[in-house]
Design a protein around this ligand. Structure first.
Ligand code: NAD
Ligand code: ZN
Length: 359
């Protein structure tokens, strides 16, 4: 039986296009096939891609959306202009655009064609404020995005990073043991980078909300100590602190100045290291357990400025039976798991929230 084919997704650029065709059987199941306009695709795709694409058309049917998407992803489709999206596929296509690692200059057009509703951030802040008023136990989990407004970079833009080195390869036991010079330079840079930087408005608002009994605990992945400097009392530092250091060999505490000056441990001559948790180390048991206990019992958990990429801290928000909220500049892979997601700057969203709570 031949069924009517319909356009599921059509993308293009000047003079050409790729079309994902679909046909739906009487049970509502779709099968797909890809079609490319060869002449136009030559300058868009590698030669191999073009050959594959034209050969695939009409010969090979793809049985699931995942398969179709997988095949499409080979052509970096999000960077092409969205021409058509089938009504039934709007959500799935928008999802795929958000999950894609391919840069697109057409994000706004993709939003429109997928019928994404305009989010009303005021309304979202209103909801958050209501939930905070109602909650008797609110835990905030913060990440590097909490401190970017203080001028501390997060780990997101690797091209701009120090000596083009991926921080996750230097903040490791391996680097400490096998490349101490690099490890030492990296942490000297990070310690010195905090000179002259201070907690921002967002940190101050969280401290004020704690005083007003609207925030009860803060668990942070940050090592900058800004929550305490801003006046928050109940802070669990899950990844330690960069404000002090110790000897890797005997454990004796030391001052950051000693590390910066390149001194060895005054007790045993061992290597000095900051009191941060390196990527391949265990989290401090006390801070972790207290954070888990607080989150399990929480009525509301608010994650601020974390991509939730780092295990095991990224498990915390989902241990609660309470409501979950994420405040983050950009979408993360975890967005779907939250009850409320607010895309915005931490400082601005917190400013909006506190003004709702206090008036
Ligand atoms: P991350 O760098 O992986 O993600 C930060 C997230 O914050 C990003 O998704 C980004 O979009 C968002 N963001 C940036 N600016 C924001 C703003 N103004 N408002 C709201 N969101 C904003 O950070 P992570 O999830 O914390 O994981 C990185 C690891 O690196 C952690 O272990 C962390 O301890 C460490 N780190 C700490 C610091 C610090 O102490 N300040 C800085 C960099 C990295
Ligand atoms: Zn020592």
């Amino acid at each position: 039986m031949t069924l009517q084919e319909q356009v599921v997704l059509k993308v293009g650029a000047e003079g050409g296009s790729i079309t994902l065709w679909g046909s739906k059987n009487t049970l509502g199941q779709w099968t797909f096939s890809l079609e490319g306009n060869e002449s136009a695709l030559e300058f868009l795709l590698d030669e191999d891609d073009v050959v594959l694409l034209t050969r695939n058309r009409s010969k090979q049917w793809l049985d699931t959306w995942e398969e179709a998407l997988d095949r499409l992803n080979g052509y970096k489709w999000p960077r092409l202009y969205p021409l058509e999206v089938h009504d039934e596929f709007r959500d799935r296509v928008w999802h795929a655009i958000q999950a894609s690692r391919v840069e697109t200059q057409w994000l706004w057009e993709w939003r429109e064609i997928c019928g994404v509703q305009e989010v009303d951030i005021e309304e979202q802040i209103h909801v958050l404020a209501d939930w905070m008023k109602a909650s008797k136990a609110t835990v905030v989990l913060t990440g590097a995005g909490m401190s970017t407004e203080s001028g501390v970079p997060d780990f997101r833009s690797p091209s701009g990073w120090w000596r083009n080195i991926d921080p996750t390869t230097v903040a490791t036991v391996e680097a400490l043991e096998e490349n101490y010079a690099l490890f030492h330079d990296f942490y000297s840079m990070r310690i010195q980078a905090l000179n002259g930087l201070y907690p921002n408005e967002g940190h101050r608002i969280l401290a004020e909300l704690e005083k007003k009994n609207l925030v009860h605990k803060i668990a942070t992945q940050n090592v900058d100590g800004f929550h305490q400097l801003a006046g928050s009392q109940n802070v669990y530092e899950l990844h330690g602190s960069i404000r002090s250091c110790r000897c890797e060999d005997c454990g004796k505490g030391a001052k950051n100045e000693e590390l910066l000056q390149g001194h060895a441990c005054s007790h045993c001559g061992g290597r000095l290291r900051p009191n941060v948790v390196l990527f391949d180390e265990m989290l401090p048991q006390d801070a972790w357990q207290q954070a888990v206990d607080a989150i399990v019992d929480a009525e509301l958990v608010i994650v601020i400025g974390s991509s939730l990429n780092v295990y095991p801290a990224n498990q915390l928000p989902f241990m609660t039976k309470g409501k979950t909220v994420a405040i983050n500049l950009e979408p993360t892979a975890m967005d779907d798991n939250f009850d409320l997601v607010i895309h915005g700057k931490a400082g601005e969203v917190l400013q909006g929230t506190i003004s709702q709570l206090i008036n």
